[in-house]
Design a protein around this ligand. Sequence first.
Ligand SMILES: [Zn+2]
Length: 473
Amino acid sequence: MTPQSEDFSAWYNELVIKAELVDRGPVRGTMVIRPYGYRIWELIQAELDRLIKQTGHQNAYFPLLIPQSYLQREAEHVEGFAPELAVVTHAGGKQLEEPLVVRPTSETVIGEYMAKWISSYRDLPLLLNQWANVVRWELRPRMFLRTTEFLWQEGHTAYADEVGAMAETMLALDEIYARTARELAAMPVIEGEKTAAERFAGAVRTFSIEAMMRDGRALQAGTSHYLGTNFARAFNIQYTAEDSQLRYAHTTSFGMTTRMIGGVIMTHGDDKGLVLPPRLAPYQVVIVPIGRGDQAAEVSAAAAVLAARLAAAGIRAHVDDRPQLSPGFKFNDWELRGVPIRLELGPRDLAAGSALMALRLGGAKEPISLAGAPARLADELAAFQDLLLERATAFRDAHTVSTDEWDDFTKAVATGWALALHCGTRECEEEIKAQTGATARCIPLDGEPASGRCIRCDLPSAYGKRVIFGRAY
Ligand SMILES: [Zn+2]
């Protein structure tokens, strides 16, 4: 495999295939998610779904096909999505009277039904979430990061006023997304607001969590939008308020996708392959039995017993008893596939009541007692999870530069992020992108107050704080 340090992009493209996460789909830009990759998605999905429900949302499902006229009702929305749409013009053997769009996102169809279901302030807030696939035609596809079809959840809510809807927008960002990224994926994300140029098509305000990959590029890992009354006006989502006046609802939407898997790979992976955070690892511990002849059966049986004890303790354990492969091959294979802990179990270990533990991030192998293995491994997994978050945080901080000098800015965004003052104009953002490849990733919520001159054009700075710039996926 191409080393990460040599060619990050080639490393990534080879790794996703070799680790059996995905295969290329038959249509350009599509992906087949293989069981090992899908299990990672299920683990993300389970935690996200728990948090989504815990914060009061309910799951529902809306149709894949949306009448084209729905998208045309919100001018900015249709303009933003038009280049990415897949449109069905023929079905049932004839041309359709109205073309149907394969959903790129579901604000429009859900807006139509919100209008139907909401009539009084008593119907608010309405808190929906949908697990679905969406299609956005992709000209420069990359597995997990940009695929023509991807899986996600999309939350859609309606509130009586801006205060409620903005609180919801921030709740999704902080309590659902940032938490999932930090606690589950060990990704130290920055929460912030998008500049006008980077806003979702049709939104009043867009917020995102931004993560730094090991090549210094930024990955937008989740977005939360305050849509104001834009979609309520387009779809006539109105309610009778307590004072009997008819008012427009304020709506929001938020989404996190299978792109998160790409984020995990690029946040933690190394030259040997994947490094999976234990909470997202399909197998947290892999046991490799080592024994020949008569001893093989005995060692395999002991490995199975150990795996069952680990499973009973809530650890996802797997015994690699593929007979035709050498232990050395298996060690490399599970390293490539990012398993946090490997246990080697041979006849001598068994006789001594121990197994040899190897952590994915190196260090000497260490014998651990079989009797105490479940408790010891649970501790090791928790420590490994913490280590990954610390390591990624240190990497991000070491590759982030706060600067007021253009030369330093261009150097910083070549290898990581720059924190810089900006005038807030779209033209200036475009000029920065043209010169350096970097875009405004977000205006961090917890940024220190700062003001002065724009990093590029000398106009007075906007936002009252520094903006994160970086090259992005
Ligand atoms: Zn400027």
